[in-house]
Ligand binder design. Structure first.
Ligand SMILES: Cc1cc2nc3c(=O)[nH]c(=O)nc-3n(C[C@H](O)[C@H](O)[C@H](O)COP(=O)(O)O)c2cc1C
Length: 208
């Protein structure tokens, strides 16, 4: 038996509950931004993926807090810069803690004692505890739906990857330990890695 849901009859919260349970596992972008006073903000977002590879672009969907933009979205709309730090098993506890509602102007980075490194192209710094970071410049913000969430699309200006996680220019998936968000307060680590033979020209391929 299958149960069907009509989106038109679902509240925003009910649709959200289905979506966050269905679209799993989601990687976590731990986003640093800076406000007009130079205060560094850090918050995690799992409604996130890459959307273009030349130039490389990432997209992050940031919901509102009632009518108000979250600090991350407000800072990006203001100055057009952000850094995506990849959340890993080792950073799970701090990353999760940084999702608490700190008032604007209060730095999660300072409150949680997170060490930072200056970025090379943008003002938002990298988090030292994150082995991979991507410095981004805002490409565009697309406002979506009744709740006017901000789909933030950013161009990656620099990738920073810990040498230990590289095999040549590729990510060594056997050494990378990303953490993934599931529905509710649940997270997952990577399970077993299953390798398939390459398919031919007529089959599906990853963009290159
Ligand atoms: C793992 C994780 C993933 C999250 N993903 C999202 C997301 O994709 N979009 C969103 O709006 N909020 C998401 N949140 C909630 C934000 O992190 C939270 O609202 C945070 O307080 C925003 O901080 P800011 O106001 O400093 O930007 C997530 C929280 C956690 C713990």
């Amino acid at each position: 038996m299958t149960r069907s849901f009509n989106p038109a009859e679902l509240s925003a919260a009910e649709a959200y509950a289905l979506l966050v349970g269905i679209v799993v596992p989601r990687p976590v972008a731990w986003v640093t931004t800076v406000d007009a006073a130079g205060i560094v903000n850090a918050a995690p977002f799992s409604c996130y993926t890459f959307v273009c590879n030349r130039p490389p672009m990432l997209a992050i969907n940031i919901g509102r807090r009632g009518e108000t933009l979250k600090d991350t979205a407000a800072n990006i709309a203001d100055n057009g810069e952000f850094t995506v730090n990849v959340a890993t098993e080792d950073t799970l506890v701090a990353m999760h803690a940084s999702s608490a509602e700190y008032p604007p102007g209060e730095s999660e980075v300072l409150a949680l004692g997170l060490a930072t490194l200056p970025s090379s192209h943008v003002a938002p710094p990298r988090l030292v505890c994150s082995p991979i970071a991507m410095e981004c410049r805002l490409e565009r913000i697309v406002e979506l739906g009744e709740q006017r969430s901000s789909l933030v699309i950013g161009e990656v200006l620099a990738f920073h990857v810990d040498e230990a996680l590289l095999n040549g220019n590729r990510i060594a998936i056997d050494r990378f330990r990303p953490i993934a968000r599931l529905g509710g307060p649940n997270y997952a680590t990577l399970g077993s890695i299953i390798t398939q033979p390459k398919v031919g020209q007529s089959g599906p391929t990853e963009p290159r």
